[in-house]
Design a protein around this ligand. Structure first.
Ligand SMILES: Cc1cc2nc3c(=O)[nH]c(=O)nc-3n(C[C@H](O)[C@H](O)[C@H](O)COP(=O)(O)OP(=O)(O)OC[C@H]3O[C@@H](n4cnc5c(N)ncnc54)[C@H](O)[C@@H]3O)c2cc1C
Length: 433
């Protein structure tokens, strides 16, 4: 049995701790705040409640696997709900696309409604990622990988020079299709000119598996995992910030914290590794992808029937998420902005056909800086800076013996499924007690 210390109590840290405890290790989870969950938490004001970070996720199989492998199945603890639409896109020319998930046929129809022949172009594009997904799922997403010994077919993808931006220009004449395909990356703060083309497989995951949410808000996921910490006997140290990994003779022996050192045989870094000096040198060539400007809005009345997520294209690009909890008769939305925001975010949105200012009861404004300060690292993980980024990111192993990396900074792109997969990889590498 190893003494495992997991640094960071976000989804990545919780998932790692739950899996490693189930494998028989003695696990301590360190979280600098007084509550767990990181971005998977809530913001509340004046009777309204919003998801602080994620409002939906792809690949629910990752969460199902986590719950099954660490105790009771997810169905006994949470209600995962499929969304009809992954999101709705409002384009600058006034046209609208409702993007269905989980169905090639439904996507074909939806794009054909946007313009004749566009359906075929879209499904062909999505289909082109089938092989990428199968190859990378087996040899990268679900298998602890060694950057120095990559299977040929994985290396061929990682070494490919084509960037997503170029692929989309080559594939689509219609700017709207390019915007839909690039959206998951632009929304996460990346420039598609620096994202490798293979990463576009997110469109394949959306089509094949759909988008899902959690009944009652995503923080129910954190509540269930918090309960699992107790069931699995994980020692949770809240209000305890890790300050470094203590390394002796090339291997980790403890984690230094604001409340003293905690001995460890295994350390899982589930925060930005640049925050721990022993790891910082190995991660210095990476940059974080920054969160958007966020405005949580409480309204006395719903504006109108809105999809779970609406993307309003333009500069700035605005994203409205409608799934917050409100007092009877009201509505709770969250607005994100990416790009040039030279005025109040709700004013910018009003210019783009959605005025939330008239029935406004309350609002909570958060800048990217506020969000990073709150969690001390960006939940959006590592910024894509070209094809090399995939090899510069740490995880699941790190150059220090006994130290592993999970969470948003150890995955290709942010998002709960990738974070969940990173924790599964760490559990595989560490293995049973
Ligand atoms: C506004 C927003 C919207 C998002 N929307 C979606 C979405 O719709 N779908 C989706 O799939 N993903 C979404 N994401 C991304 C998703 O939230 C992240 O991928 C995921 O939550 C990252 O989990 P994590 O554990 O790696 O990091 P975090 O959630 O950042 O957790 C890190 C934890 O570590 C703690 N910590 C930091 N430093 C230390 C230290 N030195 N010692 C101890 N503890 C420390 C922090 O307090 C925090 O609790 C969104 C993120 C944001 C911010």
């Amino acid at each position: 049995m190893a003494r495992v210390v997991v640094v960071g109590g976000g989804f990545g840290g919780l998932a790692s701790a739950a899996r490693l405890a189930k494998l028989g290790h003695e696990v301590t989870l360190l979280e600098r705040l007084d509550s767990l969950g990181g971005a998977v938490s809530t913001v509340a004001a004046d009777g309204f409640e919003w998801d602080a970070g994620p409002t939906s996720m792809l690949l629910p199989a990752v969460v199902r696997d986590l719950f099954r492998k660490s105790g009771r199945p997810v169905e006994r603890e949470l209600e995962l709900e499929p969304l009809d639409l992954v999101r709705e896109h409002w384009f600058e020319d006034g046209t609208v696309l409702g993007l269905p998930g989980h169905s090639r046929a439904a996507q074909l129809r939806a794009f054909d409604e946007l313009g004749p022949g566009l359906g075929r172009q879209w499904v062909d594009h999505v289909e082109s990622f089938n092989d990428d997904w199968e190859v990378l799922r087996r040899a990268y997403f679900e298998t602890p990988w060694d950057p120095a010994a990559l299977p040929r077919e994985v290396a061929a993808r990682f070494d490919g020079r084509e960037m997503l931006h170029k692929r989309l220009r080559r594939t689509f004449k219609d700017e709207r299709l390019r915007q839909v395909a690039a959206h998951p990356f632009v929304a996460d703060g990346h420039d598609p000119r620096n994202v490798p083309a293979w990463a576009g497989l997110v469109a394949y995951l959306e089509q094949r598996f759909g988008a899902w949410t959690v009944a009652g808000g995503m923080a129910a996921l954190t509540a269930a995992l918090t309960a699992r910490m107790a069931t699995r006997g994980v020692t949770v140290a809240l209000g305890t910030a890790a300050t470094d990994v203590v390394v002796r003779d090339g291997r980790a022996v403890a984690v230094a914290t604001t409340s003293g050192a905690v001995d460890a045989d295994v350390v899982v870094c589930a925060i930005d590794p640049r925050m721990l000096p022993a790891l910082a040198a190995y991660a210095e060539r990476t940059m974080p992808a920054m969160p958007p400007v966020v405005c949580h809005v409480g309204l006395s009345e719903p504006v109108r029937e809105l999809a779970h997520e609406v993307v309003v294209h333009g500069d700035p690009m605005l994203i409205v998420r409608s799934g917050g909890r409100a007092p009877e008769g009201g509505a709770a939305y969250t607005v994100h902005a990416r790009g040039t925001l030279a005025e109040d975010i709700l004013k910018a949105l009003a210019r783009h056909r959605l005025d939330l200012r008239t029935d406004l009861v309350t609002r909570v404004d958060l800048s990217p800086r506020d969000l990073v300060a709150q969690w001390q690292s960006s939940p959006y993980g590592v910024l894509w800076e070209g094809r090399g980024t995939v090899r510069q990111r740490l995880g699941p192993r790190t150059p220090i013996e006994g130290v592993y990396a999970a969470g948003a900074h150890a995955t290709p792109g942010s998002g709960l499924p990738f974070v969940g997969l990173s924790a599964a990889l760490v559990a595989q590498v560490v293995g049973p007690a």
